[in-house]
Design a protein around this ligand. Structure first.
Ligand SMILES: [Zn+2]
Length: 201
């Protein structure tokens, strides 16, 4: 069983302060979260930098990804080091993810920039049911959405600064490889967990 923060922004997102090195240092120091997905806004530039830094640590794993701003709401793709072709529609994101074996996720559906119930119209792989930047109320709505769609639910901190890292995590029944993690999420071998206060300042 691994524990992963599946939604993190680095400085390659215009609104984040987290340096790739900070993320890698925090993962290396953390007692149980050893896997993190880099999901910058409309960019994959943070992934390469973070993956390279993480390669010095055999016990941590970076999942490359991005968070795409579609006109209907934000979507995360896990398992890509390239952006989907434009235009960035929800269907386009789903098709792109499928074509490369990546995972498509509707994130924070009931928060600002969320897709809400429109998510029901798209064949995404999962719904983010626990977002570290969202209230319990909207996270519970997301959980209900995932349940009613029969989809796996993921968790991610959506951290934009150090203090927000690893506030929640996904427990995934997988080995330490990107392919294994993606496959386990698609199979539903994932659950969401709150993990407050585990950052090393
Ligand atoms: Zn985000």
């Amino acid at each position: 069983m691994i524990q992963a923060d599946l939604h993190i922004h680095t400085v390659y997102s215009p609104d984040s302060l987290i340096q790739p090195k900070t993320l890698v240092d925090q993962l290396a120091a953390h007692s149980f979260i050893k896997v993190a997905a880099v999901t910058d806004h409309d960019s994959v530039r943070g992934c390469g930098a973070t993956v390279e830094l993480a390669s010095a640590y055999p016990d941590i794993l970076i999942i490359p990804g991005c968070e795409i701003s579609t006109p209907l709401g934000d979507m995360v793709i896990l398992g890509t080091d390239e952006l989907p072709p434009k235009p960035w529609t929800p269907e386009g994101v789903v098709d792109f993810a499928k074509s490369i074996g990546a995972v498509s996720i509707v994130v924070h559906p009931f928060r600002e920039y969320g897709m809400g119930d429109l998510a029901r119209n798209f064949k995404v792989d999962a719904i983010e049911i626990l977002n570290g930047g969202s209230t319990a109320t909207v996270n519970n709505q997301a959980k209900e959405l995932a349940k009613s769609m029969g989809l796996p639910g993921t968790a991610g901190s959506d951290a934009h600064q150090l203090s927000e890292l690893f506030s929640v995590c996904s427990k995934i029944d997988a080995s330490m490889s990107v392919d294994a993690v993606l496959k386990a999420i698609k199979n539903g071998s994932v659950s969401a967990q709150v993990t407050r206060g585990s950052i090393h300042f």
